[in-house]
Design a protein around this ligand. Structure first.
Ligand code: PEP
Ligand code: MG
Length: 577
């Protein structure tokens, strides 16, 4: 038996046979052409054919897998028609006299490498879409037909990587699991596989190769393990685990529609973090109460120019309409530091402490105003809240409000509809914001704690530096005490506070967050139901005791105590008289 470990991308256990899929290699060479005009026509003809093909795939798959997931073909159409992509192809053909397939290949690689440099895993994963759709276009330019593999029943589809459009097209009656050597958990393919409910393991590495074609195997999509030619003991174990996981999921699904309420009656909202329109389906499937963080920068990172007002308006409007009367918190542009699209000229000495987030918006008021205009125009289509990142000072909020007033005046003058009933909040992700939380609380409607950055600045750990992994202690009490301080400040003004950094999803801390009085946790959609289960099992009748025993709060009168800096559920503070 061979056991290969990867990353669990979609849960489930499948017994089947391996089919190692390799798509036909596409050969593109740099070639000069004689007649540039004719080559341009060849490209345009192939583009029209690819667009028509995507249109009919879209229509067909709406019926098969639903509108949200068929949308991948819509997105591919948008990528083919994207101005910067088209301009690059045209320039390479007309100015350099290169062949159409080479021009497309080069344009797609350039755009894909911009996306691929993002530190945000979700945005990096969009690289696959660009490469996927360019391959379709090149196939048409080269006049080649599509290679569609034929599968047996109970196929475990293994591949070096899988394009999103290939994933969507899989015959689900035969393909029961997917394993890829590369790819990530948040790649579009993994997301689609999760939605199509196909157990998936990504990033299995080079240990998985075509020599296993035809082998019996078991995929454990919960633990991210592929067993090749499993022995009897493993088979028995996997059967038991499959039954057990089935029972657990059933129980979790029963929690849809239930309240996030603990045994003593403390309630908290559970919202979802999303990066784009395609994530909306998970928001609904997992019964999120709203969207606690829409990372708007995904719109900027996909383009090599700042997205215009119309594109942004359309996107925000779609999200708001889809969420109906549920709250949608859009965070304004948060690039710089680890998220650096080419559109920003960013030669930083220390990127995490540099020209990023709100500072960049102040430097580029044109870009900031465009986003605010799009947001306020969309505000009439649902319940919008706007949140500003990396705030350190109340004066920044005063400046933001002045810009908002300008935008309102402009929209009034143009007779454009918008709502003033939009909550304005800030991210608490710097130590300064915590220390100034009282002054900041006066100025805004809500706080949302960005623990990813707060940890980085409080613990002096560059979140990008993998060497510092062992020093990164997200449960550090310094962070938890800061969360409490921010919560106390905003609650004094009768306003609310959420957490939208990764820490919000850690069930070990749910008890503490609720004892602190956090009003909302915003997490990746699949974390919602497990957190709901956790919340419903908690008893928070004595919140002060929970906080004192965990070390988040000091006892009212001074006592001696043993000091631990990290919170751990099984290591309480021991207070001595
Ligand atoms: C955070 O800092 O916790 C956060 C949610 O924002 P981002 O991870 O996008 O910086
Ligand atoms: Mg942040």
């Amino acid at each position: 038996m061979q056991r290969i470990r990867g990353r669990a991308a979609s849960g489930g256990i499948v017994f089947g046979k391996i089919f190692f899929y390799q798509r036909d290699e596409q050969i593109v060479r740099k070639r000069r052409v004689g007649n540039r005009q004719l080559e341009l026509q060849r490209y345009e003809y192939a583009k029209e054919t690819a667009l028509a093909e995507l249109e009919s795939l879209y229509e067909r798959e709406i019926k098969n897998i639903g509108k949200d997931h068929a949308e991948i073909f819509f997105i591919h159409r948008m990528l083919l028609e994207d101005d910067s992509f088209v301009r690059r192809v045209n320039d390479t053909i007309m100015n350099e006299g290169c062949s159409a397939d080479y021009a497309v290949h080069r344009a797609a690689s350039e755009i894909a490498s911009t996306l691929g440099r993002s530190e945000d895993e979700y945005i990096r994963a969009r690289t696959a879409d660009m490469l996927d759709v360019s391959r379709r276009l090149i196939r048409h330019i080269q006049n080649k037909s599509e290679n569609t593999p034929v599968f047996d029943k109970n196929t475990i589809l293994c591949s070096y990587d899988l394009e999103p459009s290939e994933t969507v097209m899989l015959d689900k009656t035969k393909v029961k699991a997917i394993c890829t050597c590369y790819g990530s958990v948040t790649s579009h393919s993994s997301i689609l596989a999760r939605t199509m409910n196909i157990p998936t393991v990504a990033a299995l590495g080079k240990a998985l190769n075509d020599s296993y074609n035809g082998c019996d195997a078991i995929v454990d999509g919960y633990s991210g393990i592929l067993y090749i030619e499993p022995d009897n003991a493993t088979k028995r174990r996997m059967i038991e685990k499959r039954e057990e996981e089935g029972r657990k999921r059933e129980l979790l699904l029963r929690l849809r529609g239930r309240r996030n309420i603990s045994l003593d009656g403390t309630e908290i909202a559970l919202y979802a973090n999303i990066s784009g329109l395609t994530d909306l389906k998970y928001v609904e499937d997992n019964d999120a109460g709203g969207i606690g963080l829409l990372r708007s920068e995904f719109l900027y990172l996909q383009n090599d120019d700042f997205p215009d007002e119309e594109l942004q308006f359309y996107t925000y409007r779609r999200v708001l309409e889809k969420m109906k009367n549920k709250l949608v918190i859009v965070r304004t542009l948060d690039i710089g530091s680890d998220k650096n699209p080419d559109i920003v000229d960013n030669e930083e000495v220390n990127p995490a402490m540099g020209m990023r987030s709100i500072r960049l918006c102040f430097e580029r008021p044109d870009v900031f105003r465009t986003q605010l205009r799009a947001l306020f125009r969309a505000s009439v289509y649902g319940r919008l809240a706007i949140m500003f990142p990396l705030i350190v000072d109340p004066e920044e909020i005063v400046a933001i409000k002045a810009i908002i007033q300008d935008v309102w005046d402009e929209l009034d003058a143009e007779g454009v509809a918008y709502s003033k009933n939009v909550q304005i909040g800030i991210m608490i992700e710097t130590p300064a914001a915590v220390m100034f939380s009282d002054e900041l609380a006066r100025e805004v409607d809500f706080f949302s704690i960005g623990t990813n950055d707060l940890e980085q600045y409080v613990l002096a750990i560059d979140r990008k530096d993998v060497r510092l992994e062992k020093y990164n202690r997200p449960h550090h009490l310094a962070v938890l005490r800061m969360i409490k301080q921010a919560a106390d400040s905003i609650h004094r003004y009768g306003k609310w506070i959420g957490i939208c950094g990764e820490l919000a999803g850690e069930s070990e801390l749910t008890e503490i967050f609720m004892a602190i009085g956090i009003d909302m946790l915003s997490v990746s959609p699949t974390r919602i139901l497990p957190l709901r289960r956790k919340i419903r099992s908690l008893d928070l009748s004595d919140k002060e005791d929970i906080l004192v025993r965990s070390g988040v709060m000091l006892p009212r009168e001074p006592r001696h105590y043993e000091v631990y800096s990290d919170y751990s559920a099984d290591r309480k503070y021991v207070w001595k008289r």
